[in-house]
Design a protein around this ligand. Structure first.
Ligand code: PLP
Length: 369
């Protein structure tokens, strides 16, 4: 085996900025305001400048989605359009608030298919959760046109896509800030990862974020004045301090992901058994994952690549409509079902070397024949 490639290498990512990370942690250790310390507001401001939107830190990306639905008044009796080909959290929150998912297929970009959205809409649909899967923006231009006509709310699940952008009405905009609310995850392996759980809700509509903040902080409008039933979902001070130290590097890390993705695309495009996700010219991709669709025995390819020191993963082997709690719904989702059984995610992280990337390309072309 020429290399043992890591699926993610956080020690290598963090080593060059160790002094900044140490200083950020030390500062919090010094004042010890572990909850709602000054670093939280500071990070919310910095991320707000980066995204050109308002930001509310919350406990994780799943809470962010649930609070976003509650903020928009989605609940019992409502239906929410959502892609089935995503991480489970994108859908479980819909049931958590008492609403029902309406599963939509994905297109050749692996994100929600706008023509299927038009087919699947019902009179009870109040909202769309558009997932920017793998770092690839959903077609927000077309989605925003659709929701205008249909009078739907839009939540952008941006857990995997911080830093990506989408062309909407002739203007490039950061994903997460285009619909009513965007949600972000700072799970450690994400493009901007904390040292534990963390999340954010973002929006250009600051009144919506005020309501989201109330919901995330026990329904309080001010200390001990509880207007509504909420929950406890805050971004820790320590996580905010770490995220502030990492945010200035996000674009550089994302650019390296794009470089690696270009090497993969150039190196694999000639292989007739491999399809690569489309990146239309309305979007910039930040490659949280690089996923290919293969013809042939996917599971055997996977085993062979693992044995060659290449950690490939299945994001995700089962579409959400096939999980047991949704198995009674039987939606028609041919692309989701095809992709789930033929997809392979290759390692991609900013500290991979060109030699490692070339080794992955060589190995995939040797195995997928
Ligand atoms: C698409 C998507 N949505 C939501 C989440 C949930 O984020 P968290 O793990 O921070 O709760 C994730 C996390 O992996 C995700 O990938």
């Amino acid at each position: 085996m020429k290399y043992q490639i890591q699926i993610i290498d956080l020690p290598a990512l963090h080593a060059p900025i160790k002094l900044e990370l140490d200083a950020a942690i030390q500062k919090v250790m010094y004042h010890q305001q572990f909850i709602s310390g000054p670093e939280v507001g500071l990070f919310e401001k910095e991320l707000g400048v980066y995204l050109n939107a308002s930001v509310l830190g919350v406990g994780n990306g799943t809470d962010a989605l649930e609070i976003a639905l509650l903020t928009l008044g989605i609940g019992l009796g409502d239906e929410v359009l959502v892609p089935s080909f995503s991480y489970f959290a994108s859908v479980e929150v819909i049931n958590k608030v008492g609403a029902t998912p309406v599963f939509v297929d994905v297109d050749e970009t692996f994100t929600i298919c706008v023509s299927d959205l038009q087919q699947k809409i019902t009179p009870k649909c109040k909202c769309i959760i558009a997932v920017h899967l793998y770092g690839m923006p959903a077609n927000m231009g077309a989605i925003m046109e659709f929701v205008k006509v249909q009078n739907l709310k839009v939540i952008e699940d941006t857990a995997q896509a911080i830093g990506a952008s989408c062309l909407v009405q002739g203007k490039w905009q950061m994903v997460g800030t285009i619909g009513d609310l965007g949600t972000i995850s700072f799970f450690p392996s994400k493009n901007l990862g904390a040292f534990g759980d963390g999340g954010a809700i973002v929006s250009k509509k600051s009144n919506l974020l005020e309501r989201a903040k109330m919901l995330a902080q026990h329904g309080q409008s001010s200390k001990y004045v509880h207007e509504i039933i909420g929950s406890n979902s805050r971004l820790d001070t320590l996580q905010a301090a770490i995220l502030s130290a990492k945010l200035p590097y996000l674009d550089q890390w994302n650019s390296r992901r794009v470089e690696i993705a270009k090497m993969y695309t150039d190196g694999l495009v000639a292989n007739k058994l491999i399809s690569i996700g489309a990146v239309p010219n309305y979007a910039t991709h930040v490659y949280h994952q690089f996923t290919i669709v293969v013809e042939g025995n996917r599971d055997q390819y996977m085993q062979e690549l693992q044995s060659m020191g290449i950690p490939v993963r299945l994001y995700y082997p089962k579409s959400i409509h096939q999980q047991k709690m949704f198995s009674h719904l039987n939606p028609v989702l041919p692309n989701s079902e095809r992709i789930q059984s033929q997809m392979l995610s290759l390692p991609i992280h900013p500290t991979m070397t060109n030699e490692e990337v070339s080794y992955v390309i060589e190995s995939v072309n040797r195995v997928v024949v």
